[in-house]
Structure formats: C-alpha cells, structure tokens
Design a protein around this ligand. Sequence first.
Ligand code: FRU
Length: 525
Amino acid sequence: MKKSSIDIAVLAFIMFFAMMPAGCKPDAGKGIAATDSYYGEQYRPQFHFSPEANWMNDPNGMVYYAGEYHLFYQYYPDSNVWGPMHWGHAVSTDLVRWQHLPVALYPDSLGYIFSGSAVVDKNNTSGLGTIDSPAMIAIYTYHNPVLEKSGSNTFQSQGFAYSTDKGRTWAKYAGNPVLKSPEIKDFRDPKVIWHHATGKWIMILAVQDRVHFYSSPNLINWTFESEFGKETGAHGGVWECPDLFPLKVDGNVLKWVMLVSINPGGPNSGSATQYFVGEFDGHSFASETDGNRWVDWGRDNYAGVTWSNIPESDGRRLFLGWMSNWQYATVVPTQVWRSAMTIPRELVLKKDNHDYLLFSFPVKELEMLRSDNPVFMTSKSISGETTINPDGIDLNQCEMILEFNTGNTAVDSFGILLANDQGEKLIISCSGKSEQIIIDRSSAGSSLFSREFSGSAKAPYQVANKVRFRLLIDAASVELFVDSGKLVMTNLVFPAKKYGNLQLFSAGGDILLEKAEFYNLKGIW
Ligand code: FRU
C-alpha cells in the first residue's frame, strides 16, 4: 500500500484488539485545539464537509433513506494521518448542512474497514430486515494488515454490515467475508447497485488496474460475471473506488456511466477519477468512450462516487469526491483535521457530436447558503489587468459567476487572479492560443510541505464566443465549473493570509465581462 505509516498501523491494529474492552469505542472529535473556535481554524472549510477532528479520506456508503442523505467516510479517529480505517458517519436532510454521528464501523479481527457502498435492501433479499422496515446494508472491503505483512495475496476481501435503525447502529454479518480474494492483492472498494432488468445485485470491484463485476440475488452469495478495463482508459496506477449507474442522455436515451479513480496516473499527476460511457447488460460493460475522460481536471478530487437510492421523484445522480490527492494528502498544513469533501454535485450526460460527455455542477441546494447581499455587475471591458471590487464579498468564502464575451477574437489569454498582500496569487487563465484552462497555484500560498503540491493543473478547452466561470471558494479550496459544467477543476490552496484582491485580466486583446454575480456563502458549522 502507498500509505506511509503502515508498520505503525499494523501495530496499532494488533494493540487495538488486544487492549480494547468489548463495547469501548474511541471518541470521534477529540483533539480539537482549545484555542480555536469550533470550525474556526485557519484553512477550515466553512461550507464543505470536513470531520471535526483527525484523518478522513474517501466518501463511502452514500445512500439516501427516510429523508436523510447518509455520508460515511474513510476515517482514522486517533490521528491526523491515515491509519486503521473506520467508517465515520454524518447525515444531512438537504445535502448542505451536515450532522456528525458516531463512528459507524470499526475494524475487527478480519481487518480495517476500507471503502465501499451502501444500499437499502427494499425487497429484503438478504432477509436481514423486513419489507416494511428494510435493512440498510454497507458493503466494504476488509483489509487485513497482518495477512498483508505475512506476504499473502488474499489480504483484501468483501464483507458487509447491516442496520435496521436508519444507520444509527450496525451489526457485522456473521458470515463475513462474503467475497474472498482470488489471490489478487488489490481487490477492493465494492459499489453495489440493484440491476432491475436481471433482478440481481451487481457489485463493481476495483481489481488491480481494471474492474470486476459480480452478481448476487441476496448480497451474500456472489458470482463472478466479467472483467473490464484491461485495454481501456488510463493505466498509470491502480484503479480504485469504481461506480456504475444509468443516466439518460439529454433526458432521453439511457446509457451506463462508470467512474473509476486511478492513483497515480491522473491527467495532472497523482490521483484523479476517469469515466467511461457505454452499455451494461447485467453481466458485462461495453465502453463507447474513446481516449481518457476525467470527471475533474483539478488536482484535488479523488475517490468520488454517487449516492444510492435517490428517489425516482428526484431523479438526480449526485456525486461527492474527496478533496485531496494521495501525493500530499497526509502532509497538507492542517493539524486538527485532514481533508474535506468536494461540494455535492449533480452529474448529467450530454451528447457532443459522437461523444457522450459527463457534466457536473453544484447541487441546486447550495444556493440556500447565498447571503442576501449579492453584488451584480454588467458590461465591463477587460483590458490588461482590471481590479474588481465586489463590495462586501469575502473572496475566501464565496461563489462567483463570471460570464465573458471573447468577441470571437482569439485573445492570447484571459482570466482571474486572486491575491493577498503577501504577494501570493492564484491564477486561473483561459488560453485561446494553447486551448487550455490553467490553474496555477505555484505562488498561491504555502507549498513547502510537499514537492508535488506546487505547479499548475491544465485542462484542454476550446475558447468560444461565450465563456462562463462559476467558482466556489472556501478557505483552502477553489472549485471551478466552466460553462454548464462541461469542465471542472478542483484545487486546494493554502494562502498565508486571506485573499483580498480580485483582478480580471486579458492579454492579446480586450474581452467583455458581460455579467458577474458574487455571493457570500454562509457557513454550515
Ligand atoms: C482510495 C483508497 C481505497 C481504499 C481506501 C483506504 O483512496 O486507497 O482504494 O479502500 O483508500 O483508505
């Protein structure tokens, strides 16, 4: 495994079981520095989900049930670096404000609890709930560090836990593991869906640098169906955290979308999430995607998957990612907690010539955080560098919508610069010449904690007459949604002082800022 503290973690795992009296569980949330107010530390996101304290990585088991969006996540409650994995837990009724709940799943004698998914077993196929009160079932990977250390290849297997009280308490299935590794080391991160046409559960599992499909009538007995990916997509690293779901193209033809995270091997180095669009018949997946496609071209959106059991009356496909990158996640300059999630996003599929493209944009619920002092602007000519003063807007906790008209002139580049009085600046530029959007954080703030953090993220982009940027800025993260979500870039930044200065620039020709909207976004904690 890539995680550095593995030996200490193995020791901790053994000690944990040797010393923990039955029923005694570590407290989540301990260790908040006495000097900081609740969620008031430097770099603490104000409208993104982050754990109260300690280490978090992938979102897990996202499922909607009885009016609540559940968010579980990879969590190590005893340290601010990766260690023996638990599932932390939070719920929300609106995808915006989150309530922390006690840790849901603890490691046991079979191993740490790695990433996975959750479903509501509405037809009671498992027999663990009832039709009237169905069980919520969390399917995850057991990672056994002792077996791993012994040189075995079978240290990852799949197990599940169930809850009959809306996810508040959990029991592990007595017959775990339900799917053992066929002597393959990287065998993890099950996403389980109900496949209507075949009337079976389907599990998509990351296996080395490809995925395997299994099917089951009851979530307990699993049968191998097929493999996908050997010759397709990006292969610069191991595949992790897959997802599979149907989506209608422009609200019409149904296609299947597969998300697969890859680490390393992302388009801007390190971790990233690719996608494929095609057909799935309950047995195998056939991709119709040429080349490599990325859910997000930024450096900091990994292991993202979508919510299960969103009601048909809602019909959206809702996504959340881990806002970090394994290249430096354990050393970013926060102490009390480490990592936040992206803003929840809606995914839609659109046809672009012969291609199916995945668009994403913030869920509409986020608008409830807009405060009632927005700033609107119209028709501003941008020539060279132009300072913009959106009165009363906190540039470190806001949403900006900027609509440019390039007048079809091939300007060399134009964009946005956020700066502070320490000389730190984040530059987002759109280059007609190189047909790219570039987010340059090399001087945006602290980066000494890792040699891999600094630099630019680049994404291919053809500049048209109209270009729309929607930005969400929250303490230490900048999420950029271009046009209607065709291109997304999520990046962390750690400025020594808050950004207080906003400039727009245009080089090699003037452009017009046709329309701009600025909103302060209220904190959720
Ligand atoms: C992805 C990942 C998963 C694994 C988990 C362990 O970030 O490596 O493959 O289940 O993290 O925390």
